[in-house]
Design a protein around this ligand. Structure first.
Ligand SMILES: O=C1O[C@H](COP(=O)(O)O)[C@@H](O)[C@H](O)[C@H]1O
Length: 332
């Protein structure tokens, strides 16, 4: 398996394309100048495209991925109704979701058969601090955390791309939590949401049908002696579902959790100091490496994931333009 890592650096308006070796080393393949401040990124399910959200003109740009070495060529562009804070696609690659914190909305962009973005087919407004859009593993429910409203809204994705509020239409976090980013367990039974403002992670049990969604555990992501302002950002799980990671930007740490066999229980295993102000990170497809971006260190660091605890061992760090904040990994 070959892997390519893409990092987005909005201050220098660049995407860096890296080859990730099986030993965890990165080799720079290409530096792409982007027409705009590039922030969120996602790879299409068929791995043909890297979609990126840019500003100050709110747009999604599709970059065609060369299968051999992961290099990018610009392929298409479409307007977005709000500043893209987070983008993702459904599992069939028919729709692209864009969550906008500043515009308080989530939108759905159609992806044509050729994979290129087209019109906005659905827009839901009034989601204050809308921070991400996360399609469930069965491709049915879009989970949309509204950070300033302490709720995660639940929509059914229709065949035509419409977002239909479910019943119940939302789940609530505790007051002041600030739900932000999410990850799903591979067994499809549990979702995990990192809460930016109170520095916690919630475990949501998914029942089918989605009539009863329950928060079955809440854990602190910060060390017991931490007393500064909490500022959590990202969350990812390994492909085998055994290790979960979150990050906090004030402390510049990655918190390491082990996950019980069935996905229902998390346990803190440790805290890894990392690049300054880690806003985005990701786990590779082998589950062996984690790559974290330091928005203020202007570097990314690669960690090897070790043992049953999933502890992190730094393998290397690399300069990556200015203000890196997003990392995605493609396997080809
Ligand atoms: O992480 C954060 O994200 C929001 C939204 O960011 P943006 O990149 O879409 O403007 C930001 O405003 C918030 O302060 C911060 O904690």
């Amino acid at each position: 398996m070959k892997q390519t890592v893409y990092t987005a650096s909005p201050e220098s308006q660049q995407i860096h394309v890296w080859a990730l070796s099986s030993q965890g080393e990165l080799t720079l393949v290409q530096v792409v100048d982007v027409p705009g401040q590039v922030q969120p990124m996602v790879i299409s399910p068929d791995k043909r495209f890297l979609y990126v959200g840019v500003r100050p003109e709110f747009r999604v740009i599709a970059w065609r991925i060369t299968p051999d070495d992961g290099r990018l060529t610009e392929a298409g562009v479409a307007a977005l109704p709000g500043s893209p804070t987070h983008i993702s696609t459904d599992h069939q690659g028919k729709y692209l979701f864009s969550a906008s914190y500043n515009s308080g909305c989530v939108s759905v962009t159609s992806l044509a058969n050729d994979g290129l973005p087209g019109d906005t087919v659905s827009l839901v407004e009034g989601l204050e601090g809308c921070h991400s859009a996360n399609i469930s593993p069965d491709n049915r429910t879009l989970w949309v955390p509204a950070l300033k409203q302490d709720r995660i809204c639940l929509f059914t994705l229709s065949d035509d791309g419409a977002l239909v509020a479910q019943n119940p239409a939302e789940v609530a976090t505790v007051e002041g939590a600030g739900p932000r980013h999410m990850a799903f367990h591979p067994n499809q039974q549990y979702a995990y949401c990192v809460n930016e403002l109170n520095g916690s992670v919630d475990v949501w049990e998914l029942k089918d049908p989605y009539g009863k969604i329950e928060c079955v555990q809440t854990l602190d992501i910060m060390p017991p002696d931490f007393s500064d302002t909490r500022w959590a950002a990202d969350i990812h799980i390994t492909p085998d579902g055994r290790h979960l990671y979150t990050c906090d930007r004030t402390a510049s740490i990655i918190t390491i959790f082990s996950v019980s066999e069935d996905g229902s229980v998390l346990a803190v295993e440790g805290y890894q100091p990392t690049e300054t102000q880690p806003r985005g990170f990701n786990v590779d497809h082998s589950g062996k490496y984690l790559i974290a971006a330091g928005q203020k260190s202007h570097h990314i660091a690669v960690y090897q994931i070790n043992g049953v605890q999933g502890l992190l061992e730094e393998k290397g760090r690399y300069a990556v333009g200015q203000g890196p904040m997003w990392v995605v990994v493609n396997a080809h």
